[in-house]
Design a protein around this ligand. Structure first.
Ligand code: MG
Length: 259
């Protein structure tokens, strides 16, 4: 018997990676320091980095965001026009998306190889998520499925760190090299998708633009990497803003309207 699926993003929905993002970015930034002139203490930029994290789409942008903060770029411009600031910073530093991406991935890989426990300790599942997921994996009328751009082995390492065994076949990560919309279409065709919970505004609006996905209920994880303005705008666009309390409520009616 096939159950319908509830599609879940990982970062910013299940797992809070802000500490890891900042720490890895700071280390990559220090590596790059000889190119741009070093500053000593990056810690004062942590809060601003957390606050501006919603503007970032790809991992390579993180050290660049940190550089923008250190270099004294205008916060409001970074928040409202990150693409422009990003181009300007790349031009000024001579860094490339590919080069930064390799450094970020390399830094992460080296850290995991050196001390995986320490690396894992930089992540935290949002409060209530682990218990909810364990309940879902035991018995639900639907199948939870993770659809993420994160590498599968990182996701699995984080789950095993909290004693959760996530079924491999229900994890669609980076190695699929497919847009989330494509993965959702396949899942929808095969099983039916009763909901997609995602914290990224852009990812949700991308789903809305695919005719075959029009009837999938979309949920914005307001505790993740998005802004209060996006959460406010969600309802008008037919996206349900969800609180962490609702998400972790075992009685939340995900299957409303289905058998
Ligand atoms: Mg996310």
């Amino acid at each position: 018997m096939t159950r319908p699926v509830l599609a879940l993003d990982f970062d910013g929905v299940l797992c809070d990676g802000l500490n890891e993002y900042f720490t890895v970015s700071a280390q990559v930034y220090r590596e790059l320091c000889p190119d741009i002139g070093c500053t000593s203490n990056l810690e004062p930029f942590r809060e601003w980095f957390y606050r501006l994290r919603p503007v970032i789409t790809h991992g390579w942008e993180m050290p660049l965001l940190l550089h923008g903060l250190v270099a004294g770029e205008d916060m409001h411009e970074m928040e409202s026009a990150w693409a422009q600031v990003q181009r300007r910073l790349l031009a000024a530093t001579g860094w490339t998306a590919q080069g930064l991406g390799q450094r970020v991935d390399g830094m992460r890989d080296a850290w995991i190889a050196r001390d995986e426990r320490e690396w894992l300790s930089l992540h935290e599942f949002y409060g209530g998520v682990v218990a909810q997921v364990q309940g879902w994996l035991t018995a639900t009328p639907f199948q939870p499925v993770i659809v993420t751009t994160k590498q599968e082995r990182f996701v699995q390492a984080l789950w095993s760190g909290v004693g959760v065994t996530w079924p491999e076949q229900w994890l669609y990560g980076k190695t699929f090299a497919q847009p989330k919309t494509q993965i959702l279409q396949k899942l929808h065709q095969q099983y039916g998708v009763i909901g997609f919970v995602e914290d990224r505004w852009e990812a949700l609006t991308a789903v809305q633009q695919v005719p075959a996905l029009q009837n999938i209920p979309l949920f914005l994880a307001t505790w993740g990497y998005n802004t209060p303005a996006q959460a406010q705008a969600a309802l008008q666009l037919g996206v349900q803003p969800l609180t962490l309390g609702e998400f972790c409520d075992p009685q939340y009616p995900w299957c409303r309207g289905t058998d």
